[in-house]
Design a protein around this ligand. Structure first.
Ligand code: DCT
Ligand code: MG
Length: 501
């Protein structure tokens, strides 16, 4: 019944790489000629990526000439790449797209060259970084301790370290040891923001949030290829069991620990133990475990959006629906789909979510719902605690998504079913609170936490999902857009796809 085992919950090992590139065969996309920059990428990876692209009909040239339309580089900071490109003496370099590997991998996934967007470009630096600032050997200068002052894309160049630190953080989360958990999360987040892989311990000396425990883990990985502390946790029965238990919707560390202490070790034992009383959320969590423990794809999220749009449109033609959470940050997969629903005009959102829920039910596609009425009251704001859920009208749902509704998916039969259960969160803030709600629900959790911390410690302001309050002047600061909030905080605007802290 529970097919998701620990091995699928834990990260997969990298596949071995090919050593010699396939020759060019059929060219499907004549308007695109790719050149892969070997420096930092390495010869074998370059060969592997060349073969991959050619097998998909892309033209990949081994020589950098003005015939090339896309120069693709991996782990090359702009201030290193651009001087090198300029030395290559190519005519019309300015007309060539200089892009990060993310453009390449997304194109491979799409099976066609995707349009180049701002986040793909490796911009020519306008000023060279000053070598005299910062620790002498560290290539990264002025990295902020606040995630909201760092740009963190999904292109994590230090996965080997951040995966290890995330295991340590998670292990502390299971024992509800908040301090050390946050310490490792912050360290991982700093490494995720770096524009290139860490090559030696010297590279990261002087960076914020990297305490002695973190440095020891990184040192271990440099010396032995892995951290013995992390390996120990990964093979620990307690960690493995808590990881499986907390993967069930509605099961947090406290409940998981309670079951573990009872001697229970797998999900079958939980459902067959008559002394265990499951709440409504957990019953749904077990019932739909096979589906909702699997990632939700972007195409599935879009299909859910269509359903909600159609239904909400019956409530009011003016309703707007915004995809938030990880998908707004550019993720291809998430554990759920988060939407913000708003209707212009004061109080116009009243009754919106109950109407949506009723209609999902009458269509026979509502598998679970937990509706929370709005308790929003501006006079009780802003709230000091980050962990507190916001007070907007919201609901946590499980809906039945028909495979035929998902773009690119056949109505295949899987386990005798043509549908998949998907977790969906809907939030309906008043329209005038939209910017704050959007910023709060876009995440990531650590980015949000640091925005609030920055507001409090650096600006004497209180920020939450409802409002921004200036304690110096005792006033609420108004905002129509996320940009307005960043301006109030005196922060450079960080795009959603740069908030993957
Ligand atoms: N959030 C928040 N307060 C909380 C929990 C979450 O403000 N107590 C924000 C941060 C992220 C956003 O809401 C959506 O939450 P999740 O769906 O849990 O996160 P996600 O980034 O969308 O992750 P996933 O892609 O796995 O769904
Ligand atoms: Mg989400």
């Amino acid at each position: 019944m529970f097919q998701t085992t620990l091995s699928t919950l834990l990260r997969k090992r990298r596949q071995p790489e090919l050593t010699c590139a396939q020759p060019q065969k059929e060219m499907k996309f004549r308007e695109v000629t790719v050149y892969l920059v070997e420096r930092r990428m390495g010869n074998s990876r370059r060969n592997f990526l060349t073969s991959l692209a050619r097998s998909k009909g892309f033209c990949v040239d081994n020589i950098l000439s003005s015939k090339v339309t896309h120069i693709v580089a991996e782990d090359n900071p702009a201030h290193e790449l651009w001087p090198w490109l300029q030395e290559q003496d190519i005519t019309d370099l300015g007309k060539i797209n200089v892009v990060d590997i993310a453009w390449f991998t997304q194109s491979m996934r799409a099976g066609r060259p995707i349009p180049v967007e701002a986040q793909h470009r490796i911009q020519k630096p306008s000023v060279q970084p000053k070598p005299e600032a910062g620790p002498p050997d560290s290539p990264w200068l002025n990295v902020s301790q606040y995630a909201c002052q760092r740009r963190t894309t999904l292109n994590n160049r230090n996965k080997i370290f951040t995966d290890a630190l995330d295991v340590l953080a998670e292990n502390y989360e299971f024992i509800e040891s908040i301090g050390p958990c946050l310490g490792f999360r912050r360290a991982a987040s700093v490494l995720k923001s770096l524009p290139a892989p860490v090559r030696s311990i010297k590279d990261i000396e002087g960076l914020p949030c990297l305490g002695p425990d973190t440095m020891a883990v990184i040192q271990d990985i440099f010396e032995c290829g892995s951290s013995s502390k992390v390996e120990e946790i990964l093979t620990d029965e307690r960690y493995q069991t808590l990881k499986i238990f907390t993967s069930v919707f509605g099961v947090g560390p406290k409940t998981a620990e309670k079951w573990y202490r009872k001697g229970l070790r797998n999900l079958e034992q939980i459902v067959s133990d008559s002394s265990i009383h499951l709440n409504k959320m957990q019953i749904a969590g077990f019932k739909y475990y096979e589906d909702i423990s699997k990632p939700v794809s972007k195409a599935e999220a879009e299909a859910v959006r269509h359903i909600i749009e159609e239904i909400a449109g019956c409530f009011s033609p003016d309703v707007t629906i915004t995809l938030t959470g990880g998908f707004r940050r550019g993720k291809e997969f998430g554990h759920d789909v988060d939407f913000l629903l708003t209707v212009p005009g004061p109080g116009k959102e009243d009754g919106l979510l109950p109407a949506v829920i009723d209609r999902l039910r009458s269509q026979g596609i509502l598998l679970y719902s937990d509706f929370q009425e709005s308790t929003f009251d501006l006079s009780s704001l802003p709230c000091r605690r980050f962990e507190t859920m916001d007070h907007f009208q919201k609901c946590f749902l499980i809906v039945k998504l028909k495979k035929e509704q998902v773009a690119g998916q056949q109505a295949e039969q899987r386990c005798g079913r043509d549908w998949k259960a998907v977790r969906v969160d809907l939030v309906a803030p008043p329209a005038e609170r939209y910017a704050f709600a959007l910023l709060g629900w876009s995440g990531s959790t650590l980015f949000e936490r640091d925005l609030r911390r920055f507001a409090r410690l650096e600006r004497n302001m209180l920020l939450d999902n409802h409002a921004l309050f200036d304690k110096t002047t005792n006033t609420f600061l108004q905002a129509k857009t996320e940009e307005d909030i960043f301006i109030h905080l005196g922060l450079d605007y960080i795009e959603p796809w740069q908030r993957n802290a």
